[in-house]
Design a protein around this ligand. Sequence first.
Ligand SMILES: Nc1ncnc2c1ncn2[C@@H]1O[C@H](COP(=O)(O)OP(=O)(O)OP(=O)(O)O)[C@@H](O)[C@H]1O
Length: 244
Amino acid sequence: MTTQPCALSVRDLTLAHRGRTALIGLNGRFEPGVATAVIGPNGAGKSSLLAALAGQLRPTAGQIERDPRSRIAYLPQQTAFDRSFPVSVHDLVAMGLWPRLGAWRRIDASHRALIDAALAQVGLADAARRPVAELSAGQWQRALFARLLLQDADVILLDEPFNAVDEQTTTDLLALLAQWVAQGRTVIAVLHDLAQVRRHFDQTLILSGQRCRAWGPTAEVLGTVEPSAAVAWLNPSAPWLQAA
Ligand SMILES: Nc1ncnc2c1ncn2[C@@H]1O[C@H](COP(=O)(O)OP(=O)(O)OP(=O)(O)O)[C@@H](O)[C@H]1O
């Protein structure tokens, strides 16, 4: 593994889509070897933050600071993908090598071995030749995590990675995520399941109304939130979302 410790800082980060504000004045630092959950109600700015960290949304104000040599991998929400795309699972996963190889360099035997190993690691060893259009939601997400494995990124951004994904797949992919963190990678994931956040994420960032409401160790940040309070996501005026 070639991971280099990579912290990612945001200073007064402000984001907008075509003039519509998505995030206002976020300050903080994502540390290497730490998993951060980004949570909050719909429209809070979570996806916009990840898109900006991935370099796909330019800040309207403020800055994102990171080592320019660091590699970033970004997995948008499942809805962002066209799953009717006519490629095999093998070819989808092979795209994870592009940052290292370039899109046009031929894949040799050593690369094929890496692809096979990644597929085996996510439990898709037998699915390499299948068209991606035939995959279930869980298999599709497993394939995308295999592609992330090959990207070998220092910073991994995951937008609602376990949405519409079965329990076994979620458990398996969370184990991969823990492995990335243990390897010193910076992992940032948008999530809605508070139990999952408590169990698997060291740090939690709460966004609501386009602003940071809390950011720190998960036990502290979620300490006051009832385990069953997930329903509060539907209500941005919930008192615990107001505490900055
Ligand atoms: N492509 C876009 N064009 C215009 N406005 C957008 C776009 N994407 C997001 N927005 C707006 O930016 C704000 C933040 O949206 P964002 O998708 O970042 O929130 P979110 O917290 O990820 O929400 P959700 O939980 O519903 O995915 C919202 O007001 C949203 O309507």
